[in-house]
Design a protein around this ligand. Structure first.
Ligand SMILES: Cc1ncc(COP(=O)(O)O)c(C=O)c1O
Length: 384
C-alpha cells in the first residue's frame, strides 16, 4: 500500500509540520523540496538560500530524498547514547545477518562500504600483489593498492561497455601467484551495467579457488535486470567471495557512514583486525529501521526508476546515446569531452559526474528529485 495516498489532509499537514520540525524549520520557511507529500515519508528538505543545498547534486549517486521518517525517528532516539561507549545498538549486526539469512559471524560492519573496500585491500594485498578488475569502475581499490605498494591490472570494457569476464579469467590465471584479489563491481559504477548471474558463475568456476573475489553490490537494490543475481549463494557455498553493501544509496544515509561485508567466517576473521569498528550509534539504529521499512525502500526504488527513465528518454530525444542502467545514475555519450559539459552544467548550478578515463566523452549523471532533474534537462538544452 502506498501510505502517501491514504493520508488524510489533517494527517498530511501534521506530517509536513513534523517534517519541518525535524529540520528545525518553521512551517512557511522557503523549501526547495520536490513534492510536499514526499516530505511525509522523507522529511528532509533543501533550502533555496543555502549555497550547497541550492545546487542540483547529480554527481555522487546519492539518494536525493535522504533517510525515511522511520529512520530519522530511530536515529533521533539514539542521541541519548552519544556520551557512551558500550551502548545498545539495536542489534544492527544481527539485523543485517537476519536480513541475509546468515549468522552474525558472516558480517563485518564498516563506516560505509568504502571502509570495507580498504579492509579487503589491507587483508589481501602486500607489496607486489595485484588487484584485477576493469576500468572504468569504482576505482578506490586500485588507488588503495598503490598506497600499499601493490598494483592493479585493469582490463578495458568490451565494445558494449560490459565487463570482459573471459579476459578477466585469463588474466587471473596468468598472474595467479601474484593476485591479491579480484574486483567486480556489480552493477558497475560508472556504467550502470550488470554482470549477469551466468557470467559471475563463469568467473568463479574458472579461476583458482584460492583467489578472493570482492563483489561490490553498492547498487544492488536498484537492479531490475532478470539476468542478474546477487552473489550471496557463493558465500554460503564456502567460496572465497566477499560482498560489500552500503546504506548510502537506497537508504539515503551517505553522510552517516554505514556499510558491511558478507563473507564466510574465516575470511571475516582475517579481515576484522583491519577494520576500525567506528560506526556511529545513530546510524546503527537508522540501519535497523531501514531494513524494516520495506515501503520506503520500494518508494525510493520506484521513484528512482521512474525519474531515471524519464531523464533517459529526454536525453535520448536530444540525440545522445545512453547506456542501459540498473542503478540510480546513467551514462550519456556527451560526444565532446565531458569536462566541458561539467563546467557548463556547474555554471548553471548543476553538479554532474567526474571524469572516468578512458570514457572521457561520456558523462555520468545521477538521478535527483524532480526539480533537480528538470534543472539538468533545462541546462542540457542550453549547453548541447
Ligand atoms: C560502487 C561503489 N562502491 C562503494 C561506494 C562507497 O560507498 P559508501 O562508502 O558510502 O558505502 C560507492 C560510492 O559511491 C560506490 O559507487
Amino acid at each position: 500500500m502506498d501510505v502517501r495516498r491514504s493520508f488524510s489532509r489533517r494527517q498530511f499537514m501534521g506530517g509536513a509540520a513534523t517534517a519541518l520540525g525535524y529540520l528545525g524549520l518553521k512551517p512557511g520557511a522557503e523549501l526547495l523540496a520536490a513534492e510536499i507529500d514526499e516530505t511525509v515519508r522523507f522529511p528532509f528538505a533543501r533550502r533555496l538560500d543555502d549555497p550547497y543545498d541550492s545546487l542540483a547534486h547529480l554527481n555522487s549517486n546519492e539518494n536525493p530524498w535522504g533517510p525515511s521518517k522511520n529512520m530519522l525517528e530511530a536515529m533521533n532516539g539514539a542521541w541519548k547514547y552519544a556520551n557512551r561507549y558500550g551502548y545498545p545498538d539495536g542489534n544492527i549486526q544481527s539485523a543485517i545477518a537476519e536480513h541475509h539469512g546468515v549468522s552474525r559471524d558472516h558480517i563485518l560492519m564498516g563506516a560505509g562500504s568504502g571502509e570495507l573496500l580498504k579492509v579487503v585491500g589491507l587483508t589481501f594485498m602486500s607489496p607486489g600483489k595485484k588487484v584485477i578488475g576493469v576500468e572504468p569502475t569504482y576505482s578506490t581499490v586500485y588507488r588503495h593498492a598503490t598506497d600499499l605498494r601493490a598494483d592493479a591490472i585493469t582490463l578495458p570494457l568490451m565494445e558494449d561497455y560490459r565487463q570482459n569476464i573471459p579476459e578477466m579469467i585469463r588474466t587471473i590465471k596468468i598472474n595467479h601467484r601474484n593476485v591479491g584479489f579480484v574486483f567486480l563491481c556489480n552493477p558497475n559504477n560508472p556504467t550502470g551495467i550488470t554482470v549477469t548471474a551466468a557470467e559471475v558463475r563463469q568467473l568463479l568456476d574458472n579461476i583458482p579457488e584460492d583467489v578472493p573475489v570482492l563483489v561490490d553490490e553498492a547498487y544492488h537494490h536498484f537492479v531490475q535486470d532478470p539476468a542478474y543475481a546477487e552473489s550471496l549463494p557463493y558465500v554460503l557455498e564456502g567460496r572465497n567471495v566477499i560482498i560489500t553493501r552500503t546504506f548510502s544509496k537506497i537508504y539515503g544515509v551517505a553522510a552517516m557512514r554505514l556499510g558491511y561485508a558478507i563473507a564466510k567466517p574465516e575470511l571475516i576473521d582475517r579481515m576484522r583486525p583491519y577494520s576500525t569498528g567506528s560506526v556511529n550509534a545513530l546510524v546503527k539504529w537508522g540501519g535497523v529501521a531501514a531494513l524494516k521499512d520495506k515501503e520506503s525502500e520500494k518508494w525510493v526504488l520506484d521513484k528512482t526508476v521512474e525519474l531515471r527513465e524519464k531523464m533517459i528518454a529526454g536525453v535520448k530525444s536530444m540525440g545522445f546515446d545512453v547506456l542501459p542502467s540498473n542503478t540510480n545514475f546513467f551514462m550519456m555519450h556527451s560526444v565532446r569531452p565531458s569536462s566541458e559539459f561539467r563546467s557548463a552544467f556547474r555554471e548553471r548550478g548543476v553538479a554532474v559526474g567526474r571524469d572516468f578515463p578512458p570514457m572521457l566523452d561520456w558523462l555520468r549523471v545521477s538521478v535527483g528529485n524532480e526539480e533537480e532533474n528538470e534543472r539538468f534537462m533545462q541546462a542540457l538544452k542550453e549547453i548541447a
